[in-house]
Design a protein around this ligand. Structure first.
Ligand code: ADP
Ligand code: ZN
Length: 289
């Protein structure tokens, strides 16, 4: 049995683990993301006495995910102090003499869900995380998308909800999807954390409206067979039925496919891998490295 190494490199915390080619996590640790030097030292320490056949990294971004590019494996323009322009993959290569798969956290997560989780066996699916930021990864005909760089589906433009006066917090666009619907936007709009708002608060109808608009666009452009919604904000389970019904209203009967029309429990779903979606994604990146 091959043991694979996995790193979920997040802006807040790093999770490192080992697991199998079938997506089983055997061990994991997590520590806060500080400076690159300090954080990478902890990564190396964790893997020091472990024999792995390959390593996968699902990273926060933006990153350069294009093999062959001069900055392949770099964290590029992140506002996170110390990390902009850091050669993450290059640093890891100094310590790991095994094949290494490197991609965005959400590309990893969609691959993991397609290999081991809620979208098992599907070639076209989408994973969206709604947390500190919003990002999505798509598997299209079995491939992750790398064009100029990687998709940035969190920054799409949405129509403002009529009852929403919040200006939005995206440093680039103010009221793009992320600026209006990520966790910090909910907190700034209502003055308390999302986790402290009642489940029937207006906040969730507004949130579901923005997320449904995003899904409409993703569905019309990519025609995914399944959409997986994760991240801290999606811990609010009541969002799932709200998003499904708002999605149908926005589509207004246009997409005549049964899976969408029923907007059923099995079209828009939480991660099958639960809180391990990120780490299993990194494992999936290792498996295909
Ligand atoms: P990250 O995006 O940093 O990887 P998370 O996916 O946990 O981490 O997202 C963190 C964001 O999600 C924060 O803005 C937090 O307020 C929000 N959040 C976390 N848990 C909940 C919850 N139960 N209900 C609503 N919002 C939550
Ligand atoms: Zn934006």
């Amino acid at each position: 049995m091959k043991i694979l190494g996995a790193i979920e490199a997040g802006g807040t915390k790093f999770v490192c683990g080992i697991g199998t080619e079938s997506g089983e996590i055997l061990d994991k640790v997590s520590f806060p993301t500080t400076t690159p030097n300090e954080t990478l030292a902890q990564v190396e320490e964790y893997f020091r006495n472990k024999t792995i056949a390959a390593l996968g990294i699902g990273s926060f971004g933006p990153i350069d995910p294009r093999p062959g590019s001069p900055t392949y494996g770099y964290v590029t323009s992140t506002p996170k102090p110390h990390w902009g322009g850091f050669n993450l993959l290059g640093e890891l290569r100094k310590h790991f003499d095994v094949p290494i798969g490197f991609d965005t956290d959400v590309n990893g997560a969609v691959l993991g869900e397609a290999k081991f989780g809620a979208a098992r066996g599907l070639d076209n699916c989408l994973y969206i995380t709604v947390g500190t930021g919003i990002g999505a990864g798509a598997l299209v005909n079995g491939q992750l998308i790398h064009g100029l760089s990687h998709p940035e589906m969190g920054h799409i433009i949405v129509r403002r909800h009529p009852q929403d006066q919040y200006e939005g917090h995206c440093p680039y666009h103010k009221d793009c999807l992320e600026g209006l619907a990520a966790g910090p936007a909910i907190e700034a709009r209502w003055g308390v954390k999302g986790s402290e708002l009642g489940t029937d608060h207006l906040a969730w109808a507004i949130e579901a409206d923005y997320l449904a608009q995003a899904l409409v666009n993703y569905i019309l452009i990519l025609a995914p067979q399944k959409i997986i919604m994760g991240g801290g904000v999606m811990k609010q389970q009541q969002l799932f039925p709200l998003v499904r019904s708002r999605l149908l209203e926005w589509l207004n009967g246009y997409v005549q496919h049964e899976a969408v029309l029923n907007a059923a429990e099995d079209y828009i779903v939480p991660p099958g891998l639960g809180d391990n979606a990120g780490l299993c994604g990194a494992l999936a990146l290792a498996a295909q490295a």
